[in-house]
Design a protein around this ligand. Structure first.
Ligand code: FAD
Length: 337
């Protein structure tokens, strides 16, 4: 059974900007999945996935927002998880959670409960975006998503963050000069002749295309710049040369996302460290510290669709008893080493 909190499948891809070219890297990695996936337009990929999911008769429950997963079997001897919560002032409180064996009771926000012997958590991290923390960061024109860049016209827009998401949003907003948008994208890193250094979280072709747009005057990249305050119509930037106030009708902050830690820890799943960006501790088969709960995809620390799809396939094979299955990238690594 597939539980999905939205009223459609694949919410992260659904929320990509209209017309986005979805990349299917690493290109040399074979895809193991009953769903096809290749580089292409967002809309075509969603159509194919929706069609194939229906064809395969996948049992999907929509609007099924999971809020808790608890073992209902016996208490597992010696399996107590310490959960450390950190308050804003830096103080910590530690609670202890006794793990229980499967079957798991999966509670939904609508009050329903679904029982399962095994659970594959593939919830990603997009539901928990990093937020703007500066004064005014909670104003309504500060947003974290851009559905349709072609519907935005005659605006002064600041995109915060030069990862792939920020770059794609910024470039989409200036693709058609007739839209008349003035776009500034903020990069915390200094300008460097090494693209990998100045755009450390973006794919190189994306970063290079952004630099070309900047050189052609289609948009402006501000290096070593951050927002220090937001007010209606204006943003104050903190730059190497001091503060600067510039016009801004809308901010699109693409500053990453983090695992929804409180929810995941509450399922009995331990994280590798106390770092906010840490991922769950997993076995080579993606099993978490809660027996029978597996974690795959972005929540397991893998940022590419192809990896996520392969992991989904592998985990289900493993649960079905295929213990000899080798990871899809093993032949590639074998050839390399
Ligand atoms: C803007 C952007 C562009 C990207 N471009 C590319 C690209 O071109 N190529 C590429 O390979 N990767 C790309 N990525 C990364 C890729 O989208 C993710 O790595 C991938 O989607 C992660 O897959 P996942 O299955 O782990 O999680 P997700 O795709 O995030 O799916 C999680 C699903 O779980 C649901 N969910 C969440 N919480 C709950 C809950 N509590 N109960 C029930 N359901 C829940 C969500 O609604 C969602 O449908 C991009 C990411 C972003 C943000």
């Amino acid at each position: 059974m597939l539980l999905e909190k939205a009223d459609h499948l694949s919410d992260t891809i659904f929320k990509y900007q209209k017309g986005k070219h979805v990349m299917a890297t690493p290109s040399q990695l074979v895809l193991r999945s009953d769903q096809e996936f290749d580089a292409g337009k967002r809309e075509d990929i969603l159509d194919r996935w929706n069609g194939r999911t229906a064809e395969l008769g996948v049992n999907v429950m929509y609007n099924a927002d999971v809020k808790a997963i608890k073992g209902t079997g016996e208490a597992i001897a010696g399996s107590v998880q310490k959960i450390v919560s950190r308050a804003r002032d830096g103080s910590t409180t530690t609670t202890e959670l006794q793990r229980h064996a499967p079957p798991y009771a999966i509670t939904l926000t609508n009050g329903e409960t679904v029982m399962a012997q095994n659970v594959v958590l593939a919830i990603g991290t997009q539901g928990n975006p990093n937020l703007m923390r500066c004064p005014g960061g909670d104003l309504p024109h500060v947003t974290y998503q851009l559905d349709d860049p072609y519907a935005v016209i005659d605006q002064h827009i600041i995109v915060v963050g030069t990862g792939d998401a920020g770059i794609e949003n910024a470039r989409g907003l200036v693709e058609d000069p007739a839209q008349g948008n003035t776009v500034t994208i903020l990069n915390r890193n200094p300008r460097s002749t090494n693209v990998r250094e100045s755009f450390s979280t973006a794919k190189e072709p994306n970063a290079k295309a952004l630099i070309e747009d900047d050189a052609a005057g289609r948009l402006t990249i501000r290096y070593e710049a951050e927002t220090s305050a937001v007010e209606p119509g204006w943003v104050t930037l903190s730059t190497r040369d001091g503060e600067e106030r510039i016009r801004c009708d809308r901010i699109i902050a693409r500053i990453g996302s983090a695992p929804p830690r409180a929810f995941v820890e509450g399922c009995g799943i331990e994280f590798a460290s106390a770092d906010r960006l840490a991922f769950p501790t997993l076995s080579p088969q993606f099993e978490s510290t809660a027996p029978g709960i597996f974690v795959i995809g972005a929540l397991a620390g893998y940022p590419l669709i192809k990896h996520c799809m392969n992991q989904g396939y592998d985990v289900v094979e493993f649960i079905n008893g295929n213990k000899d299955l080798k990871p899809a990238d093993e032949p590639l690594l074998e050839a390399k080493f």
